[in-house]
Design a protein around this ligand. Structure first.
Ligand code: NAD
Length: 469
């Protein structure tokens, strides 16, 4: 590999066209494919992530007011841990997987061979700018690809440090970071990629998919949605409120898998609301604006949008905001119904509406009336039949039982949406698969010749019927 690090910023149409062409050439050279080159590049990335951890935390603080603990847990630490897991598992993942060989295709052996896709476009959103850039990149490298990365214009400080890391670590024909907003992304989308990995809103997801269709480029879409959190009457309420508060208000609820709303059983509603209030005050204090552990809203537009969803008449905790600092207090709204504005779309901000239910059919009816297939579904209950029923009947990208969001932190299970919350999945082996082509390979023996499927067919169909029944 050409080890000259990148020195310039790629932004013009000509530069974008040139760099994508160079990546295609580089991929064709085969330099990215060997196990050793994948391992070497992952190790280089890991060292760079460790070296620049402090600068990334500072950038996350600048763009999102993210507390250092959250930056480590869900951004830098997550990525380093992801690389460590990948390094320890990659040899096994790359091995062909042997499969059964059907009677019709005997005598032979069958396997699945994983081959890299080629040149990938990775587009990241603003809310976890480090993790949602590097986690797909780690999978792309592990699977032997090249990648063009586009981060969000809403996180300029994070984009700058990400660019520095990419520029210092990789040659542009292998991995490159592109500066830009909609204009540059539109130019990027006109280029030929073998795969586009997009994380962001369903609205932009459909723009990406339409552009990809013109080049027949496959897409992975990691989108959002309204993820329900069900608190059943037998739930351990103290544990439920601890876990709901910490997962909802992480990153000021700018988290794709944050519990969007709570559905609480009528019998425990008042007790739940009272414990929820106590817990929020315990964690963030009476005035959350002075808490060192609470992030800020990314932009004025999002600040205005979220404030517009709060119905002060229904606020039972929080409700305060400050436009200058883009602070919105951890807020709970009670007695919410489906006609409230807050239930019309993904909230993506620190406001938690609480609705009540009486029986399981009411849960299904509420979830069904909301616009998106949820990205996640959370169930707090001690009843395994209830848990199973919800997992099996609510169509969601992922789920947690007696927890929220942490399914996304386990590198050993797939993470992705369903329906309007996305398509495709990644993390761990599923990430490797997401950036690989699964080639089915049949090897037929030559020590014997069985002319069953050759013409003249005569009455061979009778034997075929027996084999193919
Ligand atoms: P967004 O869709 O506005 O932006 C995502 C990316 O698309 C950014 O890089 C942006 O520059 C680019 N973009 C914006 N408009 C574009 C256009 N017209 N054409 C081409 N590119 C365009 O999303 P966001 O506001 O940054 O992030 C929040 C959304 O992302 C939420 O819906 C959230 O649920 C979702 N999300 C999903 C996941 C997941 O893993 N499923 C993770 C994080 C965020």
């Amino acid at each position: 590999m050409d080890t000259d690090n990148q020195t310039s910023t790629v932004t013009t149409e000509k530069e974008i066209i040139d760099i994508v062409a160079k990546q295609h050439e580089y991929f064709k050279s085969g330099a990215t494919k060997s196990y050793q080159s994948r391992i070497d590049n992952l190790k280089k990335l890991k060292s760079a992530l460790i070296k620049y951890e402090g600068e990334m935390h500072a950038a996350l603080k600048q763009d999102l007011g993210k507390p250092e603990f959250e930056s480590f847990l869900s951004e830098t630490g997550f990525c380093v841990h992801d690389i460590s897991t990948t390094l320890s598992k990659l040899k096994g993942w790359m091995k062909p997987k042997f499969k059964l060989t059907s009677l019709l295709t005997q005598p032979g052996t069958s396997r699945v061979v994983y081959s890299p896709l080629g040149v990938n476009l990775i587009i990241a959103p603003y809310n976890y700018p480090v993790m949602l850039t590097f986690a797909p990149l780690i999978a792309a490298i592990a699977a032997g690809n090249t990648a063009v990365i586009k981060t969000s214009e809403l996180t300029p400080a994070c984009s700058a440090i990400i660019r520095k890391i990419i520029n210092e670590t990789f040659a542009a024909e292998y991995i490159v970071h592109i500066e830009g907003e909609v204009n540059e992304t539109t130019i990027l989308l006109q280029q030929k990629f073998e795969h586009i990995f997009f994380t962001g809103s369903p609205r932009v997801g459909s723009i990406i998919m339409a552009a990809a269709a013109k080049n027949l480029t496959p897409v992975t879409l990691e989108l959002g949605g309204k993820s329900p959190c069900i608190v059943h009457q037998d739930a351990k309420l103290d544990i439920a409120v601890n876990r709901i508060v910490s997962s909802k208000f992480l990153n000021a609820a700018q988290t794709c898998v944050a519990p969007d709303y709570v559905l609480v059983h009528k019998a425990v509603k008042e007790e739940f609301l009272s414990k929820l209030k106590d817990r929020i005050i315990t964690v963030y204090g009476e005035d959350a604006s002075t808490s060192p552990d609470f992030a800020r809203i990314i932009s004025d537009n999002h600040f205005q949008r979220i404030c517009g969803l709060i119905d002060q008449q229904k606020v039972t905790v929080g409700g305060q905001s400050n436009a200058e600092t883009r602070f919105i207090a951890p807020t709970v709204m009670r007695d919410v119904t489906l006609t409230d504005k807050i239930m019309s779309d993904e909230i993506f901000g620190p406001v938690l509406p609480v609705l009540e239910y009486d029986d399981i059919d009411e849960i299904y009816s509420i979830v069904d009336q909301l616009p998106h297939h949820p990205l996640a579904c959370y169930i707090f209950s001690e009843d395994s039949n209830f848990q199973k029923e919800i997992v099996n009947n609510i169509q969601s990208g992922g789920a947690c039982i007696n927890n929220c969001i942490f399914h996304a932190a386990n590198h050993h299970i797939p993470f992705g949406g369903v329906g309007e919350s996305g398509m495709g999945a990644y993390h761990g082996f599923d990430g490797f698969e997401c950036f690989s082509h699964k080639k089915g390979v049949l090897k037929t023996a030559t020590w014997i010749e069985i002319p069953l499927t050759y013409a003249p067919y005569g009455n061979k169909i009778n034997l075929l019927r027996k084999i193919m029944k």
